[in-house]
Ligand binder design. Structure first.
Ligand code: SAM
Ligand code: DTB
Ligand code: SF4
Length: 317
């Protein structure tokens, strides 16, 4: 049975995901790369730009996050105006990004703020960019409003396994997040949903998280795999780093479990060698954040990424 048969033919449960994780490293890489090549052109990579449109002061206590008001405060910046957002989007387009993602540090947006974001989405979309926002929890009418504005993707991560979730975040639950994902799906916005590795979770947690993501029906179109960027002053500042080959395995299993999704090698690339990133691309990662800054933390500079992609003969979408 091929992997795609597995995907269309039966549920991807934890046992299946565990079996993949436990394959010999090169057998796993081989299968993941083969699956990747069956569903995507082998030498293409999608690039998304990211802009923090409202920074810091968030009510939630996510243990990894620089923007929680409960941790040692980071820079705070109120919601940017549409003109400023559009200026950044135009620059990102000129630099080569095809998707523009806007992030806001909210538990959930107020309706008046959502209206301003909807305006910004429509304006960014009119530049010919795909649009994505991540604003926290949404009500069904808010999802409808974003759909009307022309939003393509909503990012809302499950972040970790159901078992580990409560050890990282206590101010909302995984069920809250799943409810927002449903509201977004319901109105026909594409879903970007993934998680973080390196938050003190076990491999069993990573298995459980990937089984959860693979079981979303339909599967998310886009799956960001973030490696924790340890932020001083947050509870996870000293989390033990994950073995880089475990990251590669996680990407490879994500590729097998979600064969048609874009798998984005997201936060943490500044801390990775070029060689490690190349292994991740071979394992099935086919998207990245492009631009010097993520939301508050750094990302490789554009010149370095351009050179890396050229050295690997990867063509930007
Ligand atoms: N407030 C919204 C939310 O929680 O969905 C949107 C912004 S939040 C910063 C978006 C995602 O960024 C989180 O779900 C998490 O996966 C990722 N993230 C945040 N801080 C991170 C860090 N220090 N290292 C890695 N990923 C991080
Ligand atoms: C996602 O999964 N990763 C991005 C995006 N969605 C919004 C955010 C990464 C944030 C990294 C830490 C920071 O910049 O503060
Ligand atoms: Fe707030 Fe999102 Fe950061 Fe959690 S991850 S503290 S909800 S900005």
């Amino acid at each position: 049975m091929t992997n795609s048969d597995t995907v269309s033919g039966r549920r991807i449960d934890k046992a299946q995901v565990r079996e993949w994780f436990e394959l010999p490293f090169f057998e796993l890489l081989h299968r993941a790369h083969d699956t990747h090549r069956r569903h995507f052109p082998g030498q293409r990579i999608q690039r998304s730009a990211l802009l923090s449109i409202k920074t810091g002061g968030c009510s939630e206590d996510c243990g990894y996050c620089a923007q929680s008001a409960r941790h040692h405060a980071h820079a705070r910046e109120p919601l940017l105006d549409t003109q400023t957002i559009v200026r950044h989007a135009a620059q990102a387009k000129a630099a080569g990004a095809t998707r523009f993602c806007m992030g806001a540090a909210w538990r959930a947006p107020k309706d008046k703020d959502l209206e301003r974001v909807a305006e910004a989405v429509a304006a960014v979309k009119s530049l010919g960019l795909e649009t994505c926002v991540t604003l926290g929890m949404l009500s069904p009418p808010q999802a409808t409003r974003l759909k009307e504005a022309g939003l393509d993707y909503y990012n809302h991560n499950v972040d970790t396994s159901p078992e580990h979730y409560g050890k990282v975040i206590t101010t909302h639950t995984l069920s809250d997040r799943l409810r927002t994902l449903e509201a977004v799906r319901e109105v026909g916005i594409k879903v970007c949903c993934g998680g973080i590795i390196g938050m003190g979770e076990t491999r069993e947690d990573r298995i459980s998280m990937l089984a959860l993501l693979a079981g979303l029906d339909p599967q998310p179109e886009s799956v960001p795999i973030n490696q924790l960027i340890p932020i001083p002053g947050t509870p996870l500042a000293d989390a033990p780093p994950v073995d880089p080959f475990e990251l590669v395995r996680t990407i490879a299993v994500a590729r097998l479990a979600l064969p048609r999704s874009y798998v984005r090698l997201s936060a943490g690339r500044s801390q990775m060698s070029d060689e490690l990133q190349a292994l991740c691309f071979y394992a099935g990662a086919n998207s990245l954040f492009y631009g010097e800054k993520l939301l508050t933390a750094g990302n490789p500079d554009v010149a370095h990424d351009d050179e890396l992609l050229a050295r690997l003969d990867l063509q930007p979408e």
